[in-house]
Design a protein around this ligand. Sequence first.
Ligand code: C5P
Length: 223
Amino acid sequence: MIIAIDGPSGAGKSTVSKSVAKALGFNCLDTGAMYRSIAWYALEHGVSLEDSAALGEIARERAISFSHEPGNPAPKQVFIDGVDVTGDIRTARIDRSVSSASKHPEVREALVEQQRRIGSQGDYVVEGRDIGTVVFPQAEVKVFLTASNEERARRRVAQNETRGVGSVDFDEVLADIVRRDELDSARETSPLVAAVDAKCIDSTGFTIDEIIEQICAMARAAG
Ligand code: C5P
């Protein structure tokens, strides 16, 4: 079974995906980490984020992989080309750059193919922007998770504080979230949009546990 969880930055997708996967005994795939890894690799190697051919080649040729701890569906580490980028892909520098890297059809094509291959290997909760619309349109459960801009910025600041990476300045995080939503929603290829058959959940005012329970109930009903 595939549970697709799409939505804008900071809506709580990661926390919800990990908890739903844990509750149901599923694996987790964070597709945002894959786009972030491509942006990191390009910046590290001086490749322009506007060079679609070079970025496409990186996405096709540089292997992205995840390491896991037994019993924990959330990846422990993210690697690209053998380099551990777990912390580096969460910095403000990557927050600012990733939407430029992810807009190129060449990049999306290569990563979507990898995402489909990974998802075909078992039961997965897959989080991203285009999972229910493009990557797994046949997903048994589709959720589009949103929250108000301010709520999302508050959560992202708290997450960055806990992780010890990324900006903890509320106004800076809010501005990044709004800018990234605009870029992700306006791009031509696979824009951020709810699938017509997705259940839209506005998490503002709900506890994370309430959202998790709602999605687990949808999965049980679908399975
Ligand atoms: O989910 P996260 O905030 O880590 O995603 C980072 C960026 O990766 C998004 O802002 C978007 O540009 C891109 N992305 C995407 N399609 C996905 C997942 C992420 O374009 N399925």
